[in-house]
Ligand binder design. Structure first.
Ligand SMILES: Nc1ncnc2c1ncn2[C@@H]1O[C@H](COP(=O)(O)OP(=O)(O)OP(=O)(O)O)[C@@H](O)[C@H]1O
Length: 251
């Protein structure tokens, strides 16, 4: 469904991604977990054709995203909920999206219901939306085409506890219906509760991957995450530790 095949990306002196290989299968919620600057957004941008890999390839449903006939119908994406036009109403954004995908306008009401935005909220301009409402709108937009694959970058940012619970349920239901969901986040507990598979990334490299149980190693995912990412900080003073087998788990 989603395949990263030895993807590397170099920006000047920064190796944002280094030989990243993993797969997200149908019917799975895969958490893409890593600290700030680990390379998560870069990987998702490459997946949906917004950036080119320096080497390797990323495909969705067996094809490069840019090579799909109408990717919006099969692949739902939410990369930056804050990037929506503040002067448009939520309903306008969704109506434009539905029209671009050749979908009936009735689909707008359906996705609004799915994400819990009311009719009244949908008629307000996005400039007045909370971040949580923008996230819901972004998810509604991603769901317009009833996609087989869903790619979400930090979708829980700004959601309150009820919102996070709702999103978890939604992603589970979508996966149970056969959707392949890739959920990028640096929020460990969000990913732990929403995902069945985890890919941990640090400093551009896959540090480990497997089921939540496999990576928890009987002591909790947080311990594994902290151990593997402790020395992968890209900020000043951070640096890779020779004690970490950065290739562990990479297929
Ligand atoms: N367009 C770019 N030009 C130069 N460097 C970039 C660019 N995009 C990303 N980088 C660098 O690549 C590295 C990975 O960044 P990326 O945004 O993919 O990480 P991330 O895991 O999504 O982080 P966060 O959780 O903070 O969003 C960082 O060192 C970042 O500064």
């Amino acid at each position: 469904m989603i395949e990263f095949n030895h993807v590397s990306k170099i920006y000047g002196k920064v190796k944002a991604l280094d030989d990243v290989t993993f797969t997200v299968g149908a019917g799975s919620v895969t958490g893409f977990l890593g600290p700030n600057g680990a390379g998560k957004s870069t990987a998702l941008r490459i997946l949906v054709g917004l950036a080119r890999p320096s080497s390797g390839s990323a495909t969705v449903l067996g094809l490069p995203y840019a090579g799909m006939a109408c990717p919006g119908l099969r692949v739902g994406t939410l990369l930056d909920a804050g990037a929506q036009h503040p002067g448009r109403t939520g309903r306008e954004v969704l109506t434009l999206g539905a029209m671009a995908l050749g979908l009936p306008r009735t689909r707008v009401g359906e996705v609004l219901d799915l994400v819990g935005l009311t009719e009244r909220e949908s008629r307000r301009t996005i400039g007045g939306y909370s971040l949580g409402m923008r996230q819901r709108l972004g998810i509604a937009h991603a769901l317009l085409g009833e996609p087989e694959v869903l790619v979400l970058d930090e979708p829980a940012n700004g959601l309150d506890p009820q919102g996070i619970h709702w999103m978890r349920r939604l992603l589970r239901d979508l996966a149970d219906a056969g959707c392949a969901v890739l959920l990028s986040s640096h929020l460990l507990h969000e990913v732990e509760q929403a995902a069945d598979h985890i890919v941990m990334i640090g400093r551009g490299r896959v540090l480990a991957q497997g089921t939540v149980d496999e990576l928890s190693r009987g002591r909790g995912l947080e311990e594994t995450f902290l151990e593997l990412t402790a020395h992968t900080d890209r900020s000043p003073g951070g640096g890779a530790s020779p004690g970490i087998d950065a290739g562990r788990g990479a297929a």
